[in-house]
Design a protein around this ligand. Structure first.
Ligand code: 9G3
Length: 577
């Protein structure tokens, strides 16, 4: 492509843009915003997007997934069948057609694909079957931000697999998992597959693929010694013994009530009583599907809402409002405790609480706490479980090593759905015994447009993006230092034709701009190998430069073609982490 007539509107500065990738994608002329969370991919951005898609298609086709293209306009009826029309709230874009019929603009396609398969497949002989698409999705995010990292209209590869039994689903899940490892490796991403929570999706078993980045919205608990990695929402706590407290006293003195005048926070009470926070216990009243449940965690720990929800199999889990706290405990949240509640509630305690010899808890009385409380003697615990949030420094649940926190951008997510959709939508097949059974399903997503931003986050310097060769908009950036110098232009034109005829993708900066401007733009655009045609054009000499390392070498124009394969390879090797 010749830059003189190309739509590559580079910018020296951009006003807003809190993340580097957003700033550089705007400045490099890759994207432009149309509305909040809605973006145009300009020619360079589009070329990167298409390369990402090609890599994804190759890996999907390799594992036998069949590509199709489903609509973005979904009849409301399908979403009503699955029960998601009402409960997905404002994030679900809804439109009405000229006949007043309601549609959802698809945020995902479980309903559509399940409807498709229930109409076309009814025998186990046709299973397993996996289909996928690369399609536009719509989600009315409350706060779209960071450019295409979290848009309201974005490109997703979503695959869906249909099985007669769980073993078959497990095989496809493994194949998809491995395909994702290949995809993200080929894309040049530094990523981790982490155990995740399947959330509202139901089903058992799910992994998120996280591109490590400080601008990532998710926090990953990662072990420094083994390859354990989990979304902090899911990270398990190493079992008993890791939280052993001080002396084991056979005799706990009777409960003693102490005044703790307006000391509501754990830190204030601990300070007032001259105790470490780990000797205190937080009593948190949750509402799980409307039922109050008292959760006890150690004062220096945080309750993990996702673990509470998963333990209680509750779909709606929230902290109880003050009115409920008053009704159940008769006091303010800071003084709630498990002893002397106004009404009996289910009490579940984290392992670390169960290991304490005695507890300091709220007295269920304004400005008072109880000392020397003993589980079993002074109150009954219904269940002891892993309910707390993992912390940096905790022991790895798998090997006991040290857990660290990293932030990540979720670029992929694979789920074992089971019959979550096929049951409710009556999508069934006849099994080998002639018995009708609901499809067992899996679903697998990659945020294709988000991946472009994740790559830009991980591959950049202060001058611009540095595209891995596999996704770069072009392989070679050919630049004349002085477009008015005949010798330079002649040599550049010759190289341009020769390289393109050899099958290379070449962006040729033929603009009559000052050299400084052309090099600044080249840094922003980030094409891996640069060929500079300058003063020595008359001698048939050019310069080769790697965008990533800045490595430069003179080379005769006739040698360029032989050298390129090695220079392209060096561009990526210098990036190996
Ligand atoms: C909605 C809206 C937003 C949503 C969903 C539904 C996320 C929704 C989860 C998934 C699960 C998988 C197939 C590809 C991989 C991910 N946001 N999810 O279901 F109505 Cl408004 O999309 N789907």
């Amino acid at each position: 492509m010749r830059q003189k007539h190309a739509l590559i509107p580079t910018l020296r500065t951009v006003a807003e843009a809190e993340t580097a990738s957003h700033r550089l994608l705007l400045r490099g002329g890759f994207i432009r915003q149309l509305a909040a969370g809605v973006y145009t991919f300009l020619p360079l951005g589009n070329r990167v997007l298409r390369k990402v898609e090609t890599i994804i298609r190759e890996e999907m086709d390799r594992i036998g997934a069949q590509e199709l293209l489903m609509p973005t306009l979904h009849p409301a009826e399908l979403w009503q069948e699955s029960g998601r029309w009402a409960n997905y709230g404002p994030e679900l874009f809804k439109v009405t057609d000229r006949h007043e019929r309601n549609f959802a603009m698809g945020p995902t396609h479980e309903e559509v694909v399940t409807d498709l398969l229930r109409g076309e497949i009814n025998t186990y002989k046709k299973l397993p079957m996996t289909v996928y698409q690369i399609q536009t999705k719509f989600r009315d995010e409350k706060r779209p931000r960071s450019g295409i990292l979290r848009g309201r209209e974005f490109l997703m590869k979503d695959a869906y697999s249909f099985h007669a039994d769980l073993e078959s689903l497990d095989r496809m899940y493994r194949n998809m998992y491995d395909a994702y490892v290949s995809i993200f490796t080929r894309l040049g991403l530094d990523f981790r597959a982490v155990e995740a929570d399947s959330g509202a999706m139901g089903g058992k078993g799910t992994h998120e693929f996280m591109a490590l980045s400080d601008v990532g919205e998710d926090t990953i608990a990662m072990c420094e010694s083994c390859d354990y990695a989990a979304n902090v929402e899911m990270a398990a706590i190493r079992s008993v013994g890791s939280d052993s407290t001080g002396s084991v006293k056979d005799e706990v003195p009777p409960v003693k009530k102490v005044a703790t005048p307006n000391k509501a926070s754990i830190e204030e009470v601990a300070g007032f009583l001259g105790l470490p926070t780990k000797r205190l216990v937080k009593s948190l009243l949750f509402l799980v599907d409307g039922e109050p449940v008292l959760v006890l965690v150690r004062g220096d720990h945080e309750a993990n809402d996702v673990k509470v929800k998963n333990l209680l199999e509750g779909s709606a889990v929230s902290m109880a409002d003050e009115e409920t706290v008053f009704r159940v405990a008769g006091t303010l949240p800071g003084f709630v405790g498990p002893v002397g509640l106004k009404q009996p509630v289910r009490i579940i305690a984290d392992h670390a609480v169960a290991e304490l010899d005695e507890l300091v808890v709220g007295a269920n009385d304004q400005d008072a706490h109880l000392l020397h409380v003993k589980i079993g003697r002074d109150f009954h615990v219904d269940e002891v479980a892993d309910l707390r949030l993992i912390r940096p420094g905790d022991a790895c649940p798998r090997c006991g090593g040290v857990i660290g926190f990293r932030r990540g951008i979720e670029v992929g997510h694979v789920f074992k759905l089971g019959t979550r959709y096929s049951e409710v939508m009556n999508a069934r097949f006849l099994d080998a015994d002639g018995k009708e059974r609901p499809f067992i399903m899996g679903c697998y997503g990659i945020g294709v447009s988000r991946v472009v931003a994740a790559i830009a986050e991980q591959h950049r310097d202060e001058h611009g993006i540095i595209w891995p060769v596999a996704v770069a908009p072009f392989q070679v950036h050919l630049i004349t230092v002085n477009a008015k110098n005949d010798e330079q232009v002649r040599l550049a034109e010759t190289l341009y034709d020769r390289l393109r005829n050899a099958g290379y993708e070449v962006l040729y900066d033929d603009r009559p701009e000052r050299a400084g401007v052309k090099f600044k733009d080249a840094d922003l655009i980030g094409i891996p190998v640069r060929i500079i045609v300058g003063a020595k054009a008359g001698e048939g000499m050019v310069e080769l430069t790697l965008r990533r390392s800045g490595e430069t070498a003179e080379c005769s124009a006739s040698e360029v073609q032989r050298q390129l394969p090695d220079w392209l390879k060096r561009s990526d090797i210098s990036d190996q982490r």
